[in-house]
Design a protein around this ligand. Structure first.
Ligand code: ATP
Ligand code: LTN
Length: 332
C-alpha cells in the first residue's frame, strides 16, 4: 500500500500559463512531486464556464500538458491527466452539487469576479463551478491541494462539502487542506499591480507567459509599473509594483527580500527591472525549450494523457462507487 499522502491540483486551459500559475502553483507541484502521491490535471471542463474557441482550447490543453512535464512533473511518477477524460468528475459533480448550498456558492469571490467580467454569459456552470472543483479533489481522497491564495476559498468550501457529506454517511472523503506558498501566493500584474496576474487578462503586457521569448519577457519587465520613489524596498501596501517585482526576483533568483534590498542600494529601478527580467528569462528558458520539444512529439503526449486517465479513472471510480452506494443508488 502507498503510505504517502495524496496531492491533487489543476489549472484551467483558459489561456496560456503565466508566471502567476507557475509561482503560485506549479513550482510547488514540482517540489512536492517526489514525496507525495500526486495527481495533476488540466481542468478543461472548468475552462468552458467561460466561452472558449474549440480549436484553441484543444491546442492549449496539449500545450499545457507539455508545460507541466517540462516544468519537472515526471509522468512516470505523477498521474497527469485531462479532466474530461475521467468521467467520474462530471458524475461526482452532480452528487456534490446536491450537497452544496446556493448561499455558499453566492459568496464565492471568483464567481462574482468572473460574472462581472462576463456579464453576457453568467451561466449555471460558472455558478456551480466549486462543486466540480470539490469533485476533482475528493475523488482522489487528496490530503493537500497546492494552489495560489485566490483558490483558498474554493478549497475551504470543498472541506465544508466533504464534512457535510461525511456527517451524513460516515467517513467517505478525506478532508483536504489548502497548501499555499509563503512567497508567491499572489503574483500581481506588471501593468496594474493592484490586480492578480491572470492568464485570461485582456492586457498581455501585465502577464509573463511561460512560453514567451526572452526579448518579450525583457520588454514587459522594462515596462513594469513602479512608483515615483527610487528605492528597492519590500512594502506591499505602499509599493505594490516594486514589491511584486521583488517577489518574482526572490523566487526566480533564490534571494531573500533583504538580500535584494542590499543588492540595489544606490541603484535605479532600471537596473533592478533588468535583473528581474534576466532572472525570469533564465528560470523559464529550460521549461520553454523542453515544452517546445515535447509539443512536436504528439505520440508521446498522447501516451501520457491516456496512461494518466487510466490511472486516475481507477482511483476516481473507486470513490464514486462508494458515494453512489452511500446515497442509495442501486448497484449496476
Ligand atoms: P483565469 O484567468 O482563467 O481565471 P488564472 O490565471 O487566474 O486563470 P488559474 O487557472 O485560475 O489561473 O489558476 C491556476 C493556479 O495558479 C491556481 O492554483 C491559482 O491559485 C494559481 N494562480 C493563478 N494566478 C496566480 C497568481 N497571479 N499568483 C499566484 N498564483 C496564481
Ligand atoms: N478553480 C481553480 C482550478 C481548479 C483546481 C481544481 C485547483 C479546478 N479544479 C482542483 C485545485 C484543485 C482555478 O480557477 N484556478
Amino acid at each position: 500500500m502507498d503510505e504517502r499522502k495524496t496531492i491533487l491540483s489543476g489549472i484551467q486551459p483558459s489561456g496560456d500559463l503565466t508566471l502567476g500559475s507557475y509561482m503560485g502553483a506549479m513550482k510547488n507541484w514540482v517540489e512536492l512531486c517526489n514525496d507525495y502521491n500526486c495527481f495533476y490535471c488540466i481542468v478543461d471542463m472548468h475552462a468552458i464556464t467561460v466561452r472558449q474557441n474549440p480549436a484553441e482550447l484543444r491546442k492549449r490543453t496539449l500545450a499545457q500538458l507539455a508545460q507541466y512535464i517540462a516544468s519537472g512533473l515526471d509522468p512516470e511518477k505523477n498521474t497527469i491527466f485531462i479532466q474530461s477524460h475521467v468521467s467520474a468528475h462530471a458524475e461526482l459533480n452532480w452528487v456534490l452539487a446536491c450537497y452544496t448550498m446556493f448561499g455558499e456558492l453566492s459568496r464565492m469571490t471568483q464567481f462574482k469576479d468572473k460574472s462581472a467580467k462576463n456579464a453576457d454569459n453568467i451561466n449555471a456552470g460558472l455558478f456551480t463551478y466549486p462543486a466540480l472543483m470539490a469533485a476533482d479533489i475528493l475523488l482522489y481522497q487528496a490530503d493537500l491541494v497546492p494552489v495560489g491564495i485566490d483558490q483558498k476559498q474554493h478549497v475551504e468550501l470543498t472541506r465544508d462539502i466533504a464534512n457535510r457529506f461525511n456527517g451524513v454517511y460516515g467517513d467517505v472523503f478525506t478532508v483536504p487542506e489548502p497548501f499555499i506558498p509563503k512567497v508567491g501566493a499572489k503574483i500581481m500584474s506588471l501593468t496594474t499591480p493592484e490586480n492578480k496576474m491572470s492568464k485570461s487578462d485582456k492586457d498581455p503586457g501585465g502577464c509573463i507567459y511561460l512560453m514567451q521569448k526572452p526579448e518579450e519577457i525583457m520588454r514587459s519587465f522594462k515596462r513594469a509599473v513602479t512608483d515615483s520613489e527610487t528605492c528597492v524596498k519590500y512594502d506591499p501596501d505602499n509599493k505594490k509594483g516594486i514589491s511584486n517585482l521583488m517577489t518574482i526576483y526572490s523566487l526566480a533568483a533564490g534571494k531573500t527580500y533583504e538580500e535584494i534590498e542590499n543588492e540595489f542600494v544606490g541603484k535605479g529601478y532600471g537596473d533592478f527591472k533588468v535583473a528581474v527580467g534576466e532572472a525570469v528569462v533564465e528560470m523559464l528558458r529550460p521549461i520553454r525549450e523542453e515544452a517546445e520539444r515535447l509539443l512536436k512529439d504528439k505520440a508521446y503526449l498522447e501516451k501520457v494523457y491516456r496512461d494518466g486517465a487510466a490511472r486516475a479513472s481507477y482511483v476516481a471510480n473507486k470513490t464514486l462507487r462508494k458515494v453512489y452506494k452511500k446515497v442509495g443508488f442501486v448497484q449496476k
